[in-house]
Design a protein around this ligand. Structure first.
Ligand code: FPP
Ligand code: MG
Ligand code: MG
Length: 330
């Protein structure tokens, strides 16, 4: 692998495959009422990180190189990249309703701009179009794998609504929730393109585990940024998790030093001063460092999953992406 030039950015390699991604998604969403089209396209604005399609495309090409020594993307694999981005975007339309979010990516949220009812319907519409595209691939295995994502997304949102009484269950509940709400989409998309590329079960599992670990790391960093970043940079308000009653990794780690947090976690930070107290504890503990460390460990695990794949530029880019996941600021 030494003689392969590392690409300057993991995105550069995936870019040629993705130039038409947003145009294609908008096309797929067209042909309905003008308003439904406008709302469902509202977050198809080129402002997202496109992380899911990039990982999907690079995994696909790394698998193709491994399986049949060419790294051309199959058109079915490109469809998965679109479906992935559409499932993600649909879930954001719904999420901003659930979270009562006023802004996203530095602009008014869809729910703020068009109202809750229309946002929900636009999300449903986008999801149904995505599922139609998936169906057209005519591959039952791939359909099952990506349908699992929808079950996981809904279950993840539900898990987020509850607090675990038992201390030893709290962290595993949090990690399981993080897998379901974030990592499942990435893991299963990676597996889907591996299936389409003709990979055997072992390679499929390696791709799945790569996506799973990168996804969990991504969510850990998201939860880190909710405390550490400024809302100007991320384009959405910060410290929202606490305000929504959610204890994420930084708070759960801070508990070790400040057990006074436990009753607050259990009442979901509902009493006056709870949110401020928890923020203070997080910043006075090593909760943020521990969260980053755990994310880093998941990224190292993700990298180790690629070990047996044939050398390729795409494989190097998948490794480089983990660095982005850890060090991103928005
Ligand atoms: C963002 O999390 C939200 C998600 C990753 C998933 C949301 C899932 C649903 C609403 C389930 C139903 C949706 C579909 C399409 C099946 P966040 O609120 O922590 O992040 P944010 O800061 O970006 O809002
Ligand atoms: Mg949200
Ligand atoms: Mg949410």
């Amino acid at each position: 692998e030494g003689q392969l030039l590392p690409s300057s950015s993991p995105y550069t390699l995936a870019l040629p495959d993705l130039t038409n991604l947003f145009i294609d998604i908008k096309k797929a969403l067209s042909g309905t009422s003008e308003e439904l089209e406008e709302i469902s396209c509202y977050y198809v604005d080129g402002q997202g990180k496109v992380m899911r399609p990039v990982i999907t495309v690079l995994t696909a090409r790394a698998v193709n190189e491994h399986v049949c020594k060419h790294h051309r993307l199959l058109s079915s694999q490109l469809e998965i990249a679109k479906v992935t981005e559409m499932i993600h975007t649909a879930s954001l339309l719904h999420d901003d309703v659930l979270d009562m979010a006023d802004t996203r990516r530095g602009k008014p949220s869809a729910t703020q701009r068009y109202g809750q009812r229309k946002s929900v319907m636009a999300g449903n519409y986008m999801l149904s179009v995505a599922l139609m595209m998936l169906g057209k691939l005519d591959n039952p295995e791939v359909t099952v794998v990506l349908s699992q994502v929808l079950t996981d997304l809904v279950q993840g949102e539900f898990m987020q609504l509850g607090s675990k009484e038992k201390e030893d269950e709290r962290f595993s509940h949090y990690l399981d929730k993080s897998f379901k709400k974030t990592a499942s989409l990435i893991a299963n998309s990676c597996q889907a393109v591996a299936i389409l590329g003709g990979a055997d079960k072992m390679v499929q599992q390696m791709c799945y585990q790569y996506g799973r670990n990168v996804g969990i790391a991504f969510q850990l960093v998201d939860d880190f940024l909710d405390f550490a970043a400024s809302s100007n940079v991320v384009g959405k308000p910060t410290a929202v998790d606490l305000r929504l009653g959610m204890a994420t990794a930084p708070v759960l780690f801070a508990c070790e030093k400040f057990p006074e947090l436990i009753p607050m976690i259990l009442r979901r930070f509902s009493e006056p001063g709870d949110v401020e107290f928890a923020m203070e504890c997080v910043h006075r503990s090593d909760g943020l460092q521990q969260t980053k460390l755990l994310a880093t460990q998941h990224c190292l695990h993700a990298i180790s999953m690629l070990q047996q794949l044939a050398p390729s530029q795409e494989k190097l880019a998948l490794i480089a992406i983990t660095d982005r996941v850890i060090n991103r600021i928005k």
